[in-house]
Design a protein. Structure first.
Lengths: 139, 146
């Protein structure tokens, strides 16, 4: 059942990304292009998502327990450290270069278009690199 | 320099509805599974880090994303717009997005939607940072260099 919900959530998430315009890298870049032909559409994606998620989060937080799993697994860290800010900066640079962020990149893999495949491979390599470096550090 | 034949149209209605679907999908995962719908975290956990027992729901979520992608391609192929065709932008962009989202513990979904809704100071700072760096990168690459 947990797996079915995860699958359905993934499907709805992908359809929302598509409808919202997130799977159009040039549109994403136009959103980031304040000095050019700025397209503010993607701010509406974020606002729409928060408008639904924020009350749902409040409700679940008050309830304290999810419907199928034993606990709500929420992030607990609060410190603004260097990895957080450096990672976010690196992500922003990559997002501006390509117009892809992780969700739309995965959804776009299904088109088998060359730019999506190239970006997807590089993104997964970047994520794998992080895992490798972390394992080295832990040893 | 990006060669955009026709500039993207402003789509406030479709984008708001798409955003609401994203919010609903994330709310579903929180309400039933008690999990945050952060794509980079879910995928990163599959690539290592997450214990074995914690992998099947992640794999199913990613399968759902791919299934949704196939549905989009079938119902509404125009949802997939053109991407930059310069390999340097795609390869360097992919490496930065992959490494950066793991190092920074999240992306547009985990920080930008879920984290902001939780009023998490880390997510607010991360979102401000990646937005600012995205704006700056496009300005430098497409206006100063382009």
């Amino acid at each position: 059942m947990l797996r079915l919900v995860a699958f359905l959530s993934g499907v709805i998430f992908a359809l929302g990304l598509g409808l919202g315009g997130m799977t159009q890298p040039h549109k994403v870049i136009a959103f980031l292009d304040l000095a050019g032909r700025w397209d503010p559409s993607l701010a509406f994606v974020m606002a729409g998502a928060i408008a639904v998620y924020l009350p749902a989060y409040r409700l679940m937080k008050r309830r304290g327990r999810p419907l199928l799993a034993p606990t709500l697994e929420l992030p607990t860290r609060t410190e603004l450290d260097a990895p957080l800010l450096a990672g976010a900066a690196l992500f922003g640079i990559g997002w501006g270069l390509s117009g892809f962020c992780p969700g739309p990149a995965l959804v776009s893999l299904t088109t088998l278009a060359v730019p999506a495949l190239v970006f997807g491979a590089a993104m997964l390599a970047g994520m794998g690199l992080h895992t490798l470096v972390q394992r080295r550090g832990a040893r | 320099m990006l060669d955009i034949a026709s500039p993207p149209e402003f789509t406030p209605l479709a984008s708001t509805l798409g955003g609401m679907m994203i919010g609903a999908a994330a709310a579903l995962l929180l309400a039933f599974n008690g999990r945050i719908a952060g794509i980079s975290g879910i995928v990163g956990g599959l690539l290592g880090g997450a214990p074995r027992s914690d992998r099947s729901w992640r794999a199913m979520f990613v399968a759902g994303l791919l299934g949704g992608g196939l549905l989009l391609g079938w119902w509404w192929p125009a949802a997939f717009g053109p991407a930059p065709d310069a390999w340097l932008r795609l390869v360097a962009g992919g490496l930065c997005v992959g490494l950066g989202t793991r190092l920074g513990s999240g992306c547009t979904s985990g920080h930008g939607v879920c984290g902001i809704s939780r009023l998490s100071p880390r997510s607010l700072a991360a979102t401000a940072t990646f937005m600012a760096c995205g704006f700056l990168t496009v300005f430098v690459v497409d206006h100063l260099l382009g």
